[in-house]
Write a protein that binds this ligand. Structure first.
Ligand SMILES: [Zn+2]
Length: 328
């Protein structure tokens, strides 16, 4: 986009500021003791204020009373969807939640019925970030009980065009074999929206994805105590030492465990399919797919071998092919 085009686009985005994102929403459940108890158990919060006959809800549960769950809310407006659609069309197809701010005006108690309205508070200018260039969209939700405002929840996302990782792409073309029998290319998805979700690549795991681009599955090794670790982490969980090097997985493994996904459906996947936890010969485990057998033939203990599958022009993934030949 040239400067004039970008200015016009920014103005179209700014026109959404102040428009409602959700109107007259009603919490799916009243504030209630079971949800408070589950939350406190999950958070390890033993504050006595959240238990007993005079319990209040933990203030940070504010969003729990307004979330729509998998089925969503009916109060969401078209303005918010339109705004996200505009950004999609401009190439900002990825989204990441960046932060939220909450303000508490009075405690919520079991029996309170929560209602809420949300407004698109601001759309930023175009920003360059490590993930890619995009726009921060902030919504503000006012939460009420009996018409009285009890809290505010501000939620910010970055809608962005994913940055192309030039070094990774170069590595692919230079180092990867041009004809690799182990690389399969499944049928192209119908629409970009049906592509597999993109991995979030950051400085803590970039080396892993650079390895994948060269068809090498790299395991981190602590240079303090030699403990192998996977997935990639900034420090050693055995000794805390921050320095590390890598070991390339030889490729042999076994299915340590698996689940078959039936629900919920995601656009890029067709259920049912098996998601397996593979134990590599080196001793670490990785979540992946098993190829070469139908989902209902995956078994614990099944020997598998590493291969790389190209999902689309930008994404390659390590997967594991069943080795005992009991299936297609
Ligand atoms: Zn260590």
């Amino acid at each position: 986009m040239d400067d004039a085009g970008e200015g016009a686009f920014a103005a179209r985005l700014k026109a959404y500021e102040g428009r409602p994102a959700a109107v007259a929403g009603v919490g799916k459940d009243r504030v209630n003791a079971p949800m408070i108890r589950h939350w406190c158990e999950a958070m390890g919060d033993t504050n006595p204020a959240y238990a007993g006959p005079d319990a209040i809800a933990p203030p940070t549960m504010l969003q729990a009373w307004t979330m729509g769950g998998l089925s969503g809310h009916t109060g969401r407006t078209r303005a918010y969807d339109e705004l996200l659609g505009l950004l999609d069309e401009a190439g900002c197809t990825s989204v990441v939640a960046t932060d939220c701010e909450q303000e508490y005006l009075r405690p919520l108690r079991p029996g309170d019925e929560v209602t809420f309205d949300a407004v698109i508070e601001s759309v930023s200018d175009r920003k360059r970030t490590r993930l890619g260039a995009g726009y921060f969209v902030t919504t503000r939700m006012d939460v009420r009980v009996g018409g009285e405002r009890v809290g505010t929840h501000r939620f910010r996302i970055l809608k962005y065009a994913p940055a192309r990782h030039a070094t990774t792409k170069d590595a692919t073309t230079k180092d990867a074999p041009t004809k690799d029998a182990s690389t399969q290319r499944p049928p192209a998805p119908d629409r970009p929206a049906h592509r597999r979700p993109r991995p979030v690549i950051n400085r803590d795991n970039a080396g892993f994805w650079e390895g994948v681009a060269r068809h090498r599955l790299l395991i981190q090794r602590c240079t303090g105590c030699d403990t192998l670790r996977f997935p990639w982490l900034p420090g050693c969980s055995a000794c805390g030492y921050p320095e590390w090097d890598t070991v390339e997985a030889a490729g042999a493994g076994t299915v340590h465990s698996y689940v078959v996904m039936h629900h919920p459906p995601f656009p890029a996947f067709s259920p049912p399919y098996a998601v397996a936890l593979i134990e590599l010969a080196e001793g670490v485990r990785i979540v992946s797919n098993v190829t070469g057998v139908p989902y209902d033939k995956v078994r614990i203990g099944m020997p598998v071998r590493l291969e790389f599958v190209r999902c689309d022009d930008e994404l390659e993934l390590p997967v594991f092919r069943a080795q005992d030949g009991n299936g297609g």
